[in-house]
Design a protein around this ligand. Structure first.
Ligand code: ACO
Length: 375
């Protein structure tokens, strides 16, 4: 039997920090209201050059660095996102090109804030089933591009970022032990973007009325979230044959500290086993769980053999919970100038490769045109 072990992890956030005090200048709100109702103090906001794709590439490069693996060894890239750079193609294809992952297939998966748990389940299944050896799973979103910055009930909640894990086939029984994925599409209008899809293609009027921005019934989503987190986590634990006491660290989707605390209380998980970094990043959608996982590793809260319970929820309505047994040492590898040279080489090689492929395509097109003109 094969298992999908996490052997690399990394995250990336934009450098621009937006504090609650900055938001006080934009909408009728206060630092005190935001902190007490959500636990958020600041969030990262994409700069002009940041996109979901660029953040995803940086997070993936960091995960490959931890795993000490060349991009050419990756078989598949899955990006969980609801804010792709373009309606098509997939962000995952941009990541494949940006990394120079020459052998990898690539696709996006949209389950909003539950996306990372969905993607991790899909990837683990593909590895356990013998289809692939190594898969990069990335959660990346730039929610700031879809937020209505005049709506105080939503703009205070979201931030931008990306987190990635690299899964590799292993005979050791670690990685995903159980997952529960759920959906209740009847809750579509609780949290959605009305326009910009096939139902309501964008028009200047729709944009003017901000129908291309996130619309949310906050208290409805809040009630759903506490229930979904509690039930899905219990279901995943029982599918893994574990109890709450077996959980070493609980890493829920970072949307609101009150949701996290209420769910942890009803699950009877003590606060010291709950991980939260929502105060620094706000809700980064599909990126929030892998970013929190990476920071938990950095803080020494994840060790080989640890049972992690992760749970996401969001638009759909959707939810997903998983139990992951951590399998590898998390001690940071000391800096090696030689490895850094190799990594830089791979990054430059990816840029040159992409340029060469594009040039080749243009030359082919020119040759075909000349052929047609001559015929
Ligand atoms: N500053 C000051 N006052 C505000 C703000 C603000 N930023 N936003 C709302 N208020 C006001 C409201 O207008 C309301 O005023 P009123 O009583 O005069 O009408 C009052 O505060 C209370 O509003 P509620 O909506 O009841 O506040 P609540 O305590 O429910 O908090 C919140 C709102 C933070 C949005 C909460 O409902 C929540 O976190 N919901 C879940 C949201 C979530 O997690 N969404 C993401 C899911 S993941 C994904 O897929 C993207």
């Amino acid at each position: 039997m094969s298992y999908a072990q996490i052997i690399g992890w990394g995250y990336a956030v934009p450098s621009r920090i937006m504090t609650n005090h900055d938001l006080e200048k934009m909408v009728d709100t206060s630092d005190e209201w935001i902190r007490t109702r959500t636990g958020i103090s600041e969030r990262r906001i994409a700069g002009p050059k940041d996109t979901t794709g660029t953040l995803a590439i940086r997070a993936a490069q960091n995960a490959l660095q931890v795993a000490d693996l060349s991009p050419s060894k990756v078989d598949l890239i899955i990006v969980a996102t609801c804010t792709p750079d373009h309606p098509m193609p997939a962000v995952a294809s941009m990541v494949q090109d940006g990394l120079g992952a020459s052998r990898a297939g690539a696709f996006d998966l949209n389950a909003a804030c539950s996306g990372f748990v969905y993607a991790l389940s899909v990837a683990s299944g593909l590895i356990a089933g013998g289809l692939h050896e190594r898969i990069l799973v990335i959660g990346a979103d730039t929610m700031s591009r879809l937020v209505d910055w005049s709506d105080r009930s939503t703009c205070i909640l979201f931030g931008d970022g990306a987190g990635a894990v690299l899964l590799q086939r292993s005979e050791s029984p670690t990685g995903l032990r159980a997952a529960v994925l759920g959906s209740d599409g009847s809750g579509l209008s609780s949290l959605y973007i009305p326009a910009g899809g096939s139902r309501l293609p964008l028009t200047p009027e729709l944009v003017q009325n901000r129908r291309n921005c996130i619309t949310m019934k906050g208290s409805e989503v809040y009630r759903f979230a506490v229930n979904a987190v509690t039930h899905a986590t219990n279901q995943a634990l029982s599918a893994a044959g574990l109890s709450i006491d077996d959980v070493d660290l609980f890493i829920p989707h970072q949307a609101n500290i009150r949701i996290i605390q209420s769910a942890a209380k009803s699950l009877k998980i003590p606060p010291e086993k709950v991980y939260s970094n929502v105060q620094h990043y706000g809700n980064t959608s599909a990126a929030s769980i892998p970013m929190a996982l990476c920071e938990a590793v950095e803080e020494g809260r994840v060790h080989a053999g640890a049972n992690l319970a992760i749970v996401g929820f969001g638009a759909g309505l959707s939810w997903g919970a998983a139990v992951v047994q951590w399998g590898v040492d998390t001690t940071p590898v000391p800096f090696s100038w030689w490895k850094s040279v190799v990594r830089n080489f791979h990054r430059r090689e990816a840029v040159v490769r992409s340029f060469a492929l594009r040039t080749q395509r243009r030359l082919d097109a020119l040759r075909r045109m000349n052929g047609i003109n001559e015929a």
